[in-house]
Design a protein around this ligand. Structure first.
Ligand SMILES: *Cc1c(COP(=O)(O)O)cnc(C)c1O
Length: 299
C-alpha cells in the first residue's frame, strides 16, 4: 500500500475480552503495514509536510530499534538519505541480518557504528533533519495529537464518560503527549492515561516526562510492575503473557514492551472499573528477532 499523509489516519478500535475483562484495543498496528504504531504517529510531522530543502535524516539508537526501521521507511518515501548511529553490531546479527536491522538496511539505511552519538546542535541545518533516539522530541506532538483526537471522538460517539487508557512506555513520549492532549480536549469526557516504565524505573520516566512537559498535572499515571524487569532481557513469564494475549485476543503484540504492559495491567485490575483502552503501538517487525532470541534461549 502506498503511504502518504492520508493513509496514516484513524486506526480502528476493537472490543475484545481478556481473562474475563472487557477491553478495547486501539489498533495502531494497522495504520499501514510498513509504517505503523507509535513511530508512525511520532514521525507523522515529517510525513505530512513537504521539506523542499531537506536531503538527509540522521538519528541514533540501538541496532534493533523500531524507530530505526520506521525512519528508514520515512526516508525512502521522502527520497532522503538516512544515516543511523549505533554503538555496536553483534557479529551474529551482521552475519544473520533479521528484524528491524535487516529491513532498515534494505530500505537504504547507512549505518555508522561505534562513533560518538550525534547531537542536534551539531547536525541540524536546512538540509538535514535530526531525530532523537526513539523519536523523543516535540515534533512527535503532531501525530500523537491526532491519536488523542481519534480517541476523544470515539469516546464521544460511544458516550464513554470515563475512560482509562493503558500503554507501556520507553521514552514515555507517546504516553505523555497523549495524556496532555486528552486533558486539553472536551473535559466532559475524561480520559486517564496509565503507563508502565519498560526502560529504566519510574524516576527515569518521570524525568523524561518533565523534559517534554513542565506541568506535572498533565503527566500520565505511572504504575510499577511487581517484579523488576530489565529492558531487552528475555523472561519466561513475558513470553507466556505474550502468547496468552495472542491466543485469547487473536492479536499479536510486540515482544519488547507489550508483555510487561499486559503483565502490569493484569496486576492492576482496578483499572478495569472504567472502560479500558489498550493502545497497540506496533513494533511487530521487531518480533522476528525477539522470537529468534526466545527460541535460542528457551528452545
Ligand atoms: C517505541 C515503542 C514503545 C515506546 O514508546 P515511547 O513513546 O518511547 O514510550 C512502545 N511500544 C512499541 C511497540 C514501540 O515501538
Amino acid at each position: 500500500m502506498e503511504i502518504n499523509k492520508y493513509t496514516i489516519c484513524n486506526s480502528p478500535i476493537e472490543k475484545r475480552s481478556f481473562q474475563n475483562q472487557e477491553i478495547y484495543i486501539k489498533r495502531d498496528d494497522l495504520l499501514n503495514p510498513n509504517f505503523s504504531g507509535n513511530k508512525a504517529r511520532k514521525f507523522y510531522y515529517y510525513l505530512m509536510q513537504d521539506f523542499p530543502n531537506i536531503k538527509k535524516v540522521i538519528s541514533y539508537g540501538s541496532n534493533q530499534s523500531n524507530a530505526m526501521y520506521s525512519l528508514s521507511v520515512l526516508a525512502k518515501i521522502k527520497g532522503w538519505e538516512y544515516e543511523y548511529y549505533t554503538d555496536h553490531i553483534p557479529l551474529y546479527l551482521k552475519e544473520n541480518p533479521i528484524g528491524n536491522y535487516k529491513y532498515a538496511l534494505k530500505n537504504g539505511m547507512k549505518l555508522i557504528v561505534g562513533r560518538e552519538k550525534p547531537k542536534r546542535e551539531n547536525i541540524e541545518n536546512s538540509f538535514t533533519a535530526f531525530v532523537e533516539e526513539g523519536g523523543r522530541q516535540q515534533e512527535a506532538k503532531v501525530g500523537i495529537k491526532m491519536l488523542a483526537q481519534e480517541i476523544k471522538l470515539w469516546q464521544q460517539a460511544n458516550r464513554i464518560n470515563s475512560l482509562n487508557i493503558f500503554l507501556p512506555s520507553g521514552t514515555g513520549t507517546t504516553a505523555l503527549f497523549l495524556q496532555k492532549f486528552l486533558l486539553e480536549m472536551d473535559s466532559r469526557f475524561q480520559s486517564k492515561v496509565y503507563t508502565v516504565p519498560c526502560v529504566g524505573d519510574s524516576n527515569y520516566l518521570k524525568l523524561q516526562f518533565k523534559e517534554l512537559e513542565n506541568n506535572i498535572l498533565k503527566h500520565p499515571t505511572i504504575i510499577k510492575p511487581k517484579k523488576k524487569y530489565h529492558f531487552g532481557k528475555l523472561y519466561k513469564d513475558s513470553y507466556e503473557m505474550w502468547l496468552r494475549v495472542k491466543d485469547e485476543l487473536g492479536v499479536e503484540f510486540d515482544l519488547l514492551y507489550d508483555p510487561l504492559g499486559w503483565l502490569t495491567l493484569m496486576e492492576n485490575k482496578q483499572i478495569f472499573k472504567n472502560s479500558t483502552l489498550y493502545i497497540h503501538q506496533g513494533g511487530l517487525i521487531g518480533n522476528e528477532s525477539m522470537l529468534e532470541r526466545y527460541k535460542r534461549k528457551f528452545k
